[in-house]
Design a protein around this ligand. Structure first.
Ligand code: SF4
Length: 400
């Protein structure tokens, strides 16, 4: 598997399409492939992290980086994850764990991922990410650090995590041999705040009925944006989505024909190609109007003193810490987006998905929103049973 040519081809192919017409999805694919191209170019030092590490700090250094879970999702999207998942399993990594991480570990063991100069992981959102990134550090025999994210947003917790983020800067200086540019960091934070503002406006269009976008428009959106926060590319993508949605809203153009059911998607989308949502759209006018992972829940971060703000953002991530934060967020957003029903894939091996399913269902029921739990692995399609899932989803739509 030659990932370098794979991403080179995507950059060239999507670049040509962008010359014909600029769309938010194309820009997102282009800049994500550019990021991956940089990662596999062999020309930049690489730092592997997990999904909640603040990229504003990483982006202040001349490195190529992405988060571990991105690899699992990208491999699944290209229908290439299974051989790597099998490799990880054959090395003893448990099938009870998350396949985002098994795919990553298998790819690293197969030698198709670049060796890092250092690795950084956080205890949020999950132990699996922390341990998988640490395992890569061990296999590559490079320095490793982790952020211990306290469970409550008490002041001492924020100060404690902010201090670890300052240590993260020192770690990056040590592994890269580069001096931290404080002024550049302030500019990155400023741009990250401005991008978050645009994203808030993008998500606001989801309150419209019918929604000026369809259920695929914002698939994996914010999670793909994370490494691009504080970059010109991130801002360009955000503004393009805002432009498209505002034009549709102004002209009364719905994102899909005949929207009848408004769905909330909990946590991860199914990453490999499948037709479940197309079928629901065609038969029931079902639209995903809000994804749980698309949420600017944090306040702007002070560019002159960013560490506390970055720490607060991480501590208050609804997927980490006290479950009541996640539940209250889901209930609030369900009302805000006038949700009819919630789909929870209950990604196999994810403790954030599986363990809390009945509590999420109960909470959503309290605001009049039924939830269906699918029991699907969002990355590993070996056990994917589309027939069964379609039957259950259709029954759910009929009930609604
Ligand atoms: S799906 Fe769950 S276990 Fe997997 S990376 Fe996300 S939070 Fe962690």
């Amino acid at each position: 598997m030659d990932f370098r040519s794979f991403f080179d081809n995507i950059v060239t192919g999507v670049g040509k399409k962008l010359e014909e017409k600029t769309t938010g999805r194309r820009l997102m694919a282009f800049h994500t492939a550019r990021l991956a191209q940089r990662l596999f170019s062999g020309e930049h030092p690489v730092v592997w992290v997990n999904v909640t590490i603040p990229f504003e700090i990483i982006n202040a250094f001349p490195v190529a980086s992405t988060y571990a879970e991105f690899i699992g999702a990208a491999l699944a999207g290209a229908e290439m994850a299974e051989p790597f998942i099998e490799r990880a399993e054959s090395e003893g990594f448990t099938t009870d764990g998350c396949s985002y991480h098994r795919a990553l570990l298998g790819a690293f063991l197969n030698g198709v991922l670049p060796k890092p100069i250092g690795v950084i992981s956080a205890t949020c959102p999950c132990d699996g990410g922390l341990k998988s990134v640490a395992e890569i550090g061990r296999l590559a025999d490079v320095p490793e650090m982790f952020l211990h994210v306290p469970l409550k947003s008490k002041d001492e917790g924020i100060a404690y995590l902010a201090d670890q983020m300052r240590q993260m800067v020192a770690f990056m200086e040590k592994v890269t041999g580069e001096k931290f540019d404080r002024e550049r960091f302030g500019e990155i934070i400023k741009l990250s705040n401005e991008t978050a503002d645009v994203l808030k406006r993008v998500y606001k269009y989801g309150e419209m009925s019918p929604t000026p976008y369809d259920g695929k428009a914002l698939k994996n959106f914010q999670i793909v944006m994370l490494p691009l926060m504080g970059t010109d590319a991130g801002m360009q993508i955000a503004k393009q989505f805002e432009k498209e949605f505002s034009e549709n809203a102004a002209s009364g153009t719905p994102g899909m024909k005949n929207e009848k059911l408004r769905f909330l998607w909990i946590q991860n989308r199914i990453q490999f190609p499948n037709t479940l949502l197309d079928e629901l759209e065609a038969k029931f006018g079902a639209n995903i109007v809000w994804d749980e992972l698309n949420d600017i829940y944090w306040e702007p971060i002070d560019p002159s003193d960013p560490f506390e703000g970055l720490a607060r953002r991480l501590i208050e991530n609804p997927l980490g810490g006290d479950l009541s934060i996640r539940i209250e967020t889901l209930k609030k957003r369900a009302k805000q987006y006038k949700i009819d029903g919630a789909i929870h894939p209950c990604h196999w091996g994810c403790r954030q998905s599986q363990n809390v399913r009945s509590l999420l269902e109960k909470a959503l029921n309290e605001v009049g929103v039924p939830m269906i739990a699918l029991d699907v692995d969002c990355v590993d399609k070996r056990s994917f049973a589309p027939g069964q899932l379609t039957t259950r989803l259709e029954a759910f739509c009929e009930m609604l």
